[in-house]
Design a protein around this ligand. Sequence first.
Ligand SMILES: [Zn+2]
Length: 423
Amino acid sequence: MSSEILDLKIINARLRKGKKGEVFSIGVRGGKIDSIEPELSTSPSQTSAAAGEVSRVHGKQALKTLDAAGGLVTESFVNGHLHLCKVYTMELAGQNAYSEYHKGGMGGAMTAIERAADFKGAYDKDWILPNVRRACDLALHYGNTHIRAFADVDSKARLEGIKALLEARSEYSGRVDLQIVAFPQDGIIRESKAAGYVDEALRLGADAVGGIPWIEYTKEDEQLHVDEMFALAKKYGKDVSMLLDDVGDPGERTLEMCILKTIEYGWHGRVTAQHCRAMALYEENYFRKIAALMRKANIGLVADPHTGPLHARVRDLAAAGVNVALGQDDIADAYYPYGRNNMLEVAFLASHLMWMTSLQDMELLYDMITAMAAQVLGMRGHVLEPGGNADLVVLKAEDIYHAIWEHEAPIYVIRNGAVVKPV
Ligand SMILES: [Zn+2]
């Protein structure tokens, strides 16, 4: 046993893979998980009373001790997709997009995006930033420590959304990690100035290149869109997060274009496929080929089943060895009226919408908002094991089933070994 002092110790913690009634002590030092050891007593109340004794038994004293009181402790939550520049803009954007987006099996998605774009001329960092802060505060409250955050960049939105997100990224550094995507929502062939704005956003410090090739009018333009965005990714050495085949049309092939480009560029493990709702309409043979290619290119998928009526086939993809994740997608904007940045709530909704209601399904859903989601986003070490990052949540619930059922906020949120909730 080492006599070194831990920064933090969490006692009476239940773990996903622990036996019924078994509780553990988790040691944290230098922002990493130092040790995970079973506690001698199987009764949380007994070990709680004997916390000092537990410290002696394991030979490691800690500067701070948290009592999980028999609650589940897991990796903190990862939100694979959020349009963070648009949060709380529902009133400004109006109701025009809602009905179009969901109408005709999502055949009207393009029109919805056009209608939702009308108000973007009013974009101003000064009012966007307070909205972003409100969403980031909720993220902290709900243990959502990593967000792949999209900001629109085009001739209407200009760089106002990106600037707000860049400011929030430094403000919340060490608490909520914002991975900012420069996103040309209205296309780059249809909107000829948009690619220039993406370039500028990357120069300013955006973390990833966005894209939405299916919005272009022809297959040639879709391919050009993919090519141009990958060229920018190469120029700046950035990852790629594209919205692909996100429309009720089984003939869309932009996911395939993106996969092939990833392989051509050797960008394996650096690309995420977002939404991909048309996958629900693909022929079975084509779906199986796409799943095999995604695995080959190490492309993960982020689904947001609560914000549209078609859902990417996450269970089948996971069975085929493709990493999958969930995203909040929207919070009170032109596309979706709700959202609290609560990934357990997103998993709860996904459980209903995709009929993932067995205990085994719930385990997959939980992976999709924690460790597997981190893999989709190319994050390293987001796993609760010795040597892993000390980014954790302590829940009131004792197991995954109740965590999703109740979808309550965590009691404690730990980021980089420090308690960030409560402060
Ligand atoms: Zn989206």
